[in-house]
Structure formats: C-alpha cells, structure tokens
Write a protein that binds this ligand. Structure first.
Ligand code: ADP
Ligand code: MG
Length: 722
C-alpha cells in the first residue's frame, strides 16, 4: 500500500500545475517517490546569523534595513536596474537587481528584511547580485532587532529563514522555491508512514535514522548534525542495496552447477596443465612470468571447477595477458569446447588473430576471425563452421556476439581491454553457451572502491610483474619549441634499425584549433623531417583493410614511422618500436598516456617516450581555449614522468580528478547511484558490503532486492547484469 502511494503520480499533490508537471517529467520526475529522491545538491544554512562584515569568508545571513534605493540605466539592456543600499549592525552593502522590474514594490526604504546572499567587494562597495530577502513581520521585529542571532536560531521564522534550506539541481523552468514547495508538500503527504527498508539490526548498529526521518531531513534538516546523519543513512542504504545485488549475483553464480563435459580428460579436475597447454609452453621461446603462472593456475582451477568462471584479470600494459588468454582457450578446447576472444577494435582483434594463428594453429587449433566488416560471402560459411564445431577459437570484435552467431559448444569467453567496451549485457554473451567461463582482461587498473561495486561479483587476479629483461621506458618532457631535438633523437634510433610512433590528438587539421594533426604531420615528417625513412599514417577513419595493411607493414619493419592518433592506444604490440613521441601530450588523459607509452618497451632494447607539450598560446584564435599548459595538464605530465606502474598512475588519476568526478569515469558511469559516491564514501561502501554479504549468508529473506529501486535500475543497466 505504501509503495503504491509513493509511486503515485505527482499530479496527486496539491499545488503542482500542468506546466510544472511537464517540466519535472523532463527531469525524469513523475512520481512522489522520484520527487522525494530528487536530493539536494547542497544546503544553505540560514539558521546561523552571519553579519555582512563576514561576507568574504561565506554567504551572509543577516537582518538588514533598507537605507536607500537607486534606479540606474543599464547600457547593455537599455532598461532600468535597481540598486538597494542596506545596512546591518556590522556593515553596509548593496543589492544589485538586474532586470528585476518586479522589485519595484519590494525592499522598501526604511523597512527591515532577513537577507541571505553572497557578496563581493566591487567598485568600492560590498555588492551582491545573488541574494534572497524576506520582509520581517511586524510582530517579530522588536525581538529580532534585540538579538538577531538567537532570533534566527530559535525558531523557524519563515519558509526561507531560520532553517537549513535545500538547494536542488535545477533545469529550465524549475526554481528552487518551486522544488522546495513541491517537496515539502510531498513530505507532508507521504513521508510519515515510510517503512525502514534496511534491516532493523543494521539501522541500530550503525545508528542510522529511521527512513522517514532521513528522507525529511535530507531535504529539510533541523540541524547540521541531523543532515549529516540523514546523508549517512541514505548513502549507506543505497550502497547496501547495491552490494545485496552484487552478492546475490555472486551467489547465483556459485549456485550454477555446470555439466562436467569431459570427465575423461586426465587432469581436468585438478587444475593441472593439460597437454595442449603444455605443448604451447614448450614451444615458447620464454617461460611464463611468475604473475602469468599464478594467474594461470587460478584460471585452470576455475575452469575445472563445478561453477562457471567469472574472473577479471588485471595486468599492466605489456605484462603478457594475451598469452594467458591463449592458454585458457587451449584448456577450453581440450575440454571439448570452443573459445571466443573479443577485442574492442578491429586492429587489435586482427593482431590477436595473427598471434593465435602463429602460436596455436601448429597445435592443431582451428582459428577464425570474425568482425562486423566481414562480407556476407565469407561470413555465412564461417558461421556455419562455428555452429558445426569446426572452429576452436574465434577472435573478433563485438560481432562475435551478434544475434545470428551460434556456437557449437562455447566454453570460454575472453574479453580483452574490457574497460573499452561500454555497457555489455552479460546475458547476451553468456546465452551463446551453456554457462561458459568468462575471463575479462584489462590494463586499466580498477581502484578498489570500484572493484567492490561494478565488478564486485567477479574474482580478481592481478599480474604484477613484467616479462624479464624489460627496461623501463625512459620518459622525457619536451617543449614544442624543442621538438627538433626530439626528432634528432628519434633519427638516431631509426638509424640503429628501430621504429617509432608519433601520436597526435587530431586526425586532420582543424582551423579552429592550433593543434598539430596526424594527417599534416605524416606529410611533414615524411617529406621534411625523415625523408629517408618510410612513414605511414593510421587513424580511425581509414577503412579496416587499409589499417590492417599499414599495421602489417609496420610490424614487418617495412614502415619505420607510424603516425597515429590514439587508435594505437590499446593492445598494439610491435617490439622493435622503441620511440613513442606524443605531441600535445598535455591534451591526453593519464590512462591514454600510460597506454600509449606501453606501446614501446616491449622488447629488450631500451625504449623512450617523449611527451611534447605546447608551451605557448601563440596561433590560437581567441575564441578557443588556450592550448597552453594548464595546471591539470602539467600535473598529468609530472605523474607520467615520475611513474611507470599503471596501478600507481591510475590512483594518481583518481586523485587528480577528485572524488566528485568519479561518477564521470567510464567505469562508474554504469552505476546509477543517486547520493552515494563509491570513492568519497569508500568506508561506508566497505561496511555496506560486509553487512550485505553477511545478511545474504544468514537470511536473504530479510530483504528482497528486486523490490528495491536501486536494484531495479541496476539490473537493467549494470554491465554484465544477469
Ligand atoms: P598485454 O598484457 O599488454 O596485453 P601482451 O600480451 O601484448 O601484453 O604481451 C606483450 C609482449 O610480451 C608480447 O610481445 C608477448 O609475446 C611478450 N610476452 C608475453 N609473455 C612473456 C613472457 N613470459 N616472457 C617474455 N615475453 C613475453
Ligand atoms: Mg593486450
């Protein structure tokens, strides 16, 4: 009954007209519940008296008398604007009313008002154009003048003063006072009977507020302390549901018993190496790193276990994740199944397919390549072979999981560079087989807080070492004006037989930006800077065939200089390339810079990365933001200069972006959290996770997650939702 009431349309509330209803609908607010969950962006404490003289350190909340008024012409609008001179016991200030003709009958000379505003010192006056004032009722005037501070504090004086007011995110057509009014109305009608949703013992244990009080206090708190408690309550509740959902998912997975398909394969229950895997290991010119070996033993055990594997493999660029995925694929094949390896770009998928062909075909593995660009002529027979079980490993892009693709016996799904995929529906992928194993790989480390949320139902494995003999890439900063020196350095490397990448932020010239672009620079480098060496250009607008050709030529050494955009950011592996020159490096994000730098240092020779930055704003047309070095850009370059470890760089990245930004990151963008922020609220998150998992262990019936709003939203949008 309660839920039905909350889910009632907002037009059942008094005082919300049709225009407002339409405006709210645009923000996704249709029901009483969604209105109550339209949480404030911030709060203004108008219960504490802050006289005018403190204007520079905070907003003021004071009692003023209007001294005089002055209309003056606005040269821009041609209209009359109003200046109101006011005074409290501490100072005199000016309220500037631009374009507010209705002020004619407000803020009258000689009268007293409560005033809230942010003031600045301008033209010799303490000015505010951003204020709210409210006339004092006659009967309170005497008392207020005696002691404005306690008068404010002691009682709720009015709608807008003597209390802590919510400040909502607005959109066109909505005002603060409308929202405050609507929400007050909704609270009056519905909030009282709200039931607690978090189990009672947890509310007690963490000293949370009852739900009704929390909802009321998040909008209209009686005190800063109550506000803090309300926030904690709602944040905890949101994170608790999230973790209940994740915990449920993990339990479901553990409850899924798959058919042991090949009980006859020796060693297939013990996690020991199987013959095909051993065969590959013997043929390799190197042995596995310690990290690779550890991860493989976990994967072997997972794949032999009774439940489907769901594992996230993190390892820095160049740590050898591809080989791990091949070894896992061999196990799937040996166990009688097929494996699918998905990469985010065709370029990378192609490279994997070539490596697979080179390493695995000699072992008798039938490898195929499938992307969206495959013409019908080749596609139909390939799909047929796939569904007949005549292909063991298929490598490709997301086309691997298109509707018409059928597998004979899909046993393993590998997703490379998983962070590059948007929201993937695990359902769509998993339905291609009977509970196949899932291995997701990423070089972008996921901070612990996010790992507990988005990937909270996965097992995580980390490769911490790099193959032996790798020398850390030497990184240098260079001003654009010094680029000739960088070119000279690269020339020496080329003369020694090595290869180089040059990366630019733009594909082609853009008149509005004075940035170098890949296209023009490819020409310049080929004709003027390195005329004796073959140069090629690669970027996302070229067709796949051309890209493939170029990459092949670069890999074979026929091309010595590859000019690119960030298409080469992920995965590309050409060990003879020793120079990475990134121009306008200040324009790239940290994870892109780290990935780009990871394209070199893949062999045993010393490699170099040059971060070339613009040191001036010359040439920029005035309408464009300066292309010079911003503080942020500077900080990113410094991080790159001082660190090589991807995990450290990812942490620094989060620090630079700040907790508030976390919801903007690709990963957390999946989480439809309304009030919690996994990074800022990390300790509550950990607590909520412990509590949720413990509750699921003991008595999952305490709460039905499918009835919870967050859980509902999540199960629709979260990646890999079941
Ligand atoms: P990433 O983890 O970034 O995907 P790759 O799988 O592309 O890294 O591997 C980078 C390079 O390291 C490849 O050239 C690969 O052949 C090589 N490699 C992988 N494992 C080892 C190893 N154990 N010893 C030496 N080289 C290795
Ligand atoms: Mg890789």
């Amino acid at each position: 009954m309660l839920v039905r009431e909350l889910s009632m349309s907002i037009d059942t509330l008094k005082g919300i007209g049709p225009v407002a209803i339409r405006t709210l609908a645009k923000r996704g607010i249709y029901t009483v519940e969604s209105l109550l969950r339209h949480y404030p962006r911030t709060w203004e404490d108008r219960s504490r008296y802050i006289p005018l003289k403190h204007f520079s350190s905070s907003s003021v909340c004071t009692l003023v008398q209007v001294i005089s008024r002055d209309w003056f012409p606005n040269s821009r609008t041609g209209k009359q604007d109003l200046k109101v001179y006011v005074e409290d016991t501490s100072a005199r200030g000016v309220l500037v009313c631009f374009n507010r003709p209705f002020m004619k009958n407000q803020l009258l000379q000689g009268k007293y008002y409560w005033l809230w505003g942010s003031f600045q010192y301008k033209f010799g006056e303490i000015q505010s154009a951003n204020f709210e004032a409210e006339a004092l009722p006659e009967e309170t005037l005497y008392e207020a003048l005696q002691d404005p501070a306690s008068s404010l504090l002691n009682k709720a004086l009015s709608r807008h003063f003597g209390r802590i007011l919510p400040v909502y995110p607005l959109s066109e057509g909505l005002t603060q006072s409308m929202l405050r009014r609507f929400i007050e109305q909704a609270l009056r009608c519905y909030a009282e009977p709200l039931e607690d949703e978090v189990p009672g013992y947890l509310i007690q244990q963490h000293q949370l507020l009852p739900k009704s009080q929390a909802i009321r206090a998040i909008h209209f708190p009686h005190s800063p302390e109550e506000l803090e408690q309300a926030r904690k309550t709602l944040i905890y509740e949101e994170l608790f549901y999230l973790e209940v959902l994740i915990g449920t998912r993990a339990q479901d997975r553990r409850a899924t018993e798959r058919v042991q398909r090949s009980p006859g394969v020796p060693g297939s229950r013990s996690g020991a190496w199987l013959p095909l895997q051993q065969d590959l290991l013997e043929r390799l010119p190197f042995s596995l790193t310690k990290g690779q070996a550890e991860v493989m033993s976990a994967i072997n055990r997972d794949m032999d276990g009774p439940h489907p594997m769901a594992r996230l493999l993190q390892g820095d660029v160049g740590s050898g994740k591809t080989l791990v995925s091949f070894l896992a694929a061999l196990r799937a094949v040996e166990l009688g199944g097929q494996a699918a390896l998905m990469a985010p770009t065709e370029l990378l998928a192609r490279q994997h397919e070539e490596n697979a062909a080179r390493l695995l075909e000699p072992l008798g593995i039938r490898v195929a390549f499938l992307t969206g660009n495959l013409k019908a002529k080749g596609r139909a027979p390939l799909l047929k072979r796939l569904s007949a079980g005549d292909i063991d490993l298929v490598v490709g892009t997301h086309a691997l999981f298109s509707k018409d693709v059928e597998y004979h016996q899909l046993r393993l799904v590998v997703i490379d560079e998983q962070h590059r995929f948007g929201v993937l529906q695990r359902q769509a992928i998993m339905s291609k087989g009977d509970h196949p194993d899932l291995l997701m790989m990423s070089a972008t480390p996921i901070p612990r807080t996010l790992a507990l949320t988005i990937f909270g139902d996965l097992d995580i494995a980390i490769i911490r070492d790099l193959p032996p003999g790798r020398k850390p890439v030497k990184t240098h900063l260079a001003r654009e004006s010094n680029e000739a020196k960088v070119y000279d350095f690269v020339r020496k490397e080329l003369a020694a037989g090595r290869q180089a990448y040059f990366v630019y932020p733009l594909i082609e010239a853009d008149e509005r930006k004075s940035l170098k672009d890949a296209q023009s620079m490819a020409t310049r480098l080929a004709q003027q800077v390195f005329p004796q060496y073959p140069v090629a250009l690669i970027h996302s607008k070229l067709d796949e065939e051309e890209k493939r050709h170029t990459m092949e030529a670069f890999r074979s050494g026929a091309i010595r200089i590859l000019v690119a955009t960030s298409v080469v950011e992920v995965g590309v592996d050409v060990p003879n390339a020793t120079c990475m020159v990134i121009e306008h490096a200040e324009r790239f994000g940290l994870s892109a810079l780290h990935q780009l730098r990871g394209r070199v240092g893949r062999g045993e020779t010393q490699s170099y990365c040059f971060l070339v930055y613009s040191d001036s704003q010359t040439g920029d047309t005035s309408t464009q933001p300066a292309s010079g070095l911003t503080d942020d850009g500077k900080a990113r370059l410094k991080v790159m200069l001082e660190n090589t470890d991807g995990f450290v760089i990812a942490e620094e990245d989060l620090k630079l972006r700040g907790p508030g930004q976390i919801t903007g990151t690709e990963q957390s963008g999946y989480l439809p959290l309304e009030i919690a922020d996994p990074l800022r609220d990390a300790s509550l998150l950990e607590q909520a996770r412990l509590d949720a998992f413990a509750m699921l262990e003991q008595d999952p019936t305490l709460l039905k997650p499918e009835h919870r709003p967050v859980a509902q939203v999540l199960s629709r949008t979260a990646p890999f939702s079941v």
